[in-house]
Design a protein around this ligand. Structure first.
Ligand code: IMP
Length: 508
């Protein structure tokens, strides 16, 4: 058994963040660290996140909203005010826990967290539809529109669900604005109107449609109130719990969601989620002083990283072709089953000369499909320019996942920089001309879409890593690769995982 305590040392407050585009495998480390902590807190995002945890028994758990350490049900789990919560999704997850006999009596939900109501889910999907090719490729779960209610100062909080009259009044006021902005202006356009109605006819929205008023507010209020009955006894002031726990010398683990590329502030604007993903947000979003976080670990996939949804990804295998392929029909044209049918002999393509095919082979080999939406994840080489950016923002301590993705790869590729291929542009006081080498990340998507990756190749290893117990037992090619990533980014790799089981990992 790996002595994971080495990662904890004397730290009382630890944060685990995603340093790439989400889906880095944070869940595995969170689950391993949880037994040594007293409290696990999530404070950003909503059910757009997806954390998969696989136990050595082969049992697999998917979490979206609830902190992924919950299988250790003797701990305290918090969902902070910085989260956006759809009570329907929360209840679904709680029911799943109950089916598996996992207790959730010590799961506390902030009464101040923002509620995702059906009108916000509708807005997310409608805006994406109207954007056509320019869409962001959101998860369609209302995440961005829920965060927008905070900024617009018309958010509905979990506490409001328990006070039906207040809830109804707030919802009515907000929905009036939606009707004015999105419903009324589009009624005249038959094509758009048909699409809008279609959105409301989907399974999770149709109960809230009303032919005359468009939204059935009473149904929303009643349904959400009923859902909140399930967790009403677990609604608390999360900040108070955390601050008391800190004073009582309890160990606190902040569980990050999404990753730096998706940060609304520092990510690849505008193809991001709608909250920040860093240490500051994690603390702020839980109502806890950020300066008390002792250690930040950033999780990365190495050497193959991924991205779900639209947005720039300079090191993607197959570039634009791959992005278009993965996002066809909103990402649902090539789900796992379909892609497997198309490429049954994918393993033979692992070392193909065509990077697009290599991408497909890698995705199928590592099962790289979204936990939340099941869409194919776009895959590419580890991008050390972007990684340097994450390290600049949140620190150099890395936890690596998915090293085994390249077990049979002859040549490993790393993206060490970009070549700017666009027109002259000014960015942060610097002038960029066609042909310039980019060695510092630029968050502007237009800029990144004009970047071609500089690729460095290193020899791979033809060995299964299963069973390795020490870092020094990795094949020399694997150690060289990790060392090179450290050199290029000035990082410290603290642990490396090479499989889904708990035992498939070593500490440095
Ligand atoms: P939203 O968060 O649903 O608004 O989606 C915005 C973008 O973030 C889309 O490209 C999503 O695919 C992506 N995204 C959101 N959450 C996650 C996550 O947990 N992992 C990976 N991608 C995510």
């Amino acid at each position: 058994m790996v002595n994971i305590f080495k990662l904890i040392k004397k730290y009382q407050v630890i944060a685990v963040l995603g340093y790439q585009a989400g889906d880095e495998g944070k869940g595995k480390y969170i689950e391993l660290l949880t037994p040594y902590c007293d409290i696990v807190a999530r404070s950003g995002g909503g059910h757009n996140a997806g954390h998969t945890v696989e136990l050595d028994t082969g049992e697999v758990f998917d979490f979206h909203l609830i902190p992924s350490g919950i299988i250790h049900d003797d701990k305290t789990f918090l969902m902070g005010p910085g989260m956006v919560i759809d009570p329907r999704s929360l209840v679904r997850e709680i029911n799943k826990l109950e089916e598996k006999n996992i207790r959730w009596n010590k799961l506390y939900i902030s009464g101040d967290a923002v509620v995702i109501t059906p009108d916000l889910v509708f807005l997310d999907r409608t805006k994406e539809k109207l954007l056509g090719k320019e869409k962001i490729g959101t998860t369609g779960l209302g995440i961005g529109d829920a965060y927008a209610t905070l900024v617009n100062r018309n958010a509905i909080r979990i506490n409001d669900l328990r006070n039906k009259d207040v809830f109804k009044e707030k919802l009515e006021n907000r929905i009036n604005d939606t009707i004015k902005m999105y419903i009324n202006p589009n009624r005249e356009n038959e094509k758009i109107w048909r699409e809008i109605i279609e959105i409301m006819m989907k399974k999770d929205l149709k109960d809230f449609y009303d032919k005359r008023n468009f939204f059935n507010i009473d149904n929303m209020v009643d349904d959400y109130y009923d859902k909140s009955e399930k967790f009403k006894d677990n609604i608390r002031n999360v900040s108070q719990i955390l601050n008391k726990a800190y004073k009582d010398k309890k160990r606190i683990l902040f569980e990050g969601s999404q990753g730096v590329w998706l940060s609304v502030l520092h990510g690849t604007t505008r193809y991001t989620t709608s909250c920040s993903v860093g240490t500051g947000w994690l603390a702020e979003g839980a109502g806890f002083p950020a300066q008390l976080v002792d250690k930040v670990y950033g999780v990365i996939r190495c050497p193959i990283m991924n991205r779900v949804g639209n947005g720039p990804f300079p090191s993607e295998f197959g570039g634009k072709r791959s992005e278009e392929y993965c996002m066809e029909e909103g990402g649902f044209a090539h789900t796992k089953d379909k892609e497997l049918k198309e490429y049954p002999d994918y393993i033979k393509l692992i070392n193909s000369k065509d990077p697009f095919l290599r991408g497909i082979a890698n995705r199928l080999k590592s099962g790289n499909f979204g936990t939340t939406t099941k869409r194919p994840r776009r895959v590419g080489r580890i991008d050390t320019v972007a990684l340097k950016w994450a390290i600049e923002l949140y620190g150099p301590d890395l936890l690596v996942t998915h090293l085994d993705d390249c077990n049979d790869t002859e040549e490993i590729e790393i993206c060490t920089g970009y070549k700017y291929m666009g027109n002259r542009v000014e960015n942060n006081g610097r002038i960029w001309e066609k042909g310039d080498i980019v060695d510092h990340f630029v968050i502007d998507s237009g800029f990144l879409y004009n970047c071609k990756p500089n690729i460095e190749t290193m020899p791979g290893w033809k060995q299964d890593l299963a069973g390795i117990k020490n870092y020094n037992d990795f094949p020399p090619e694997a150690r060289n690769l990790l060392k090179r990533v450290e050199e290029l980014t000035n990082a410290n790799i603290n642990a490396v995982s090479f499989g889904s089981k708990r035992s498939d990992m070593v500490l440095r």
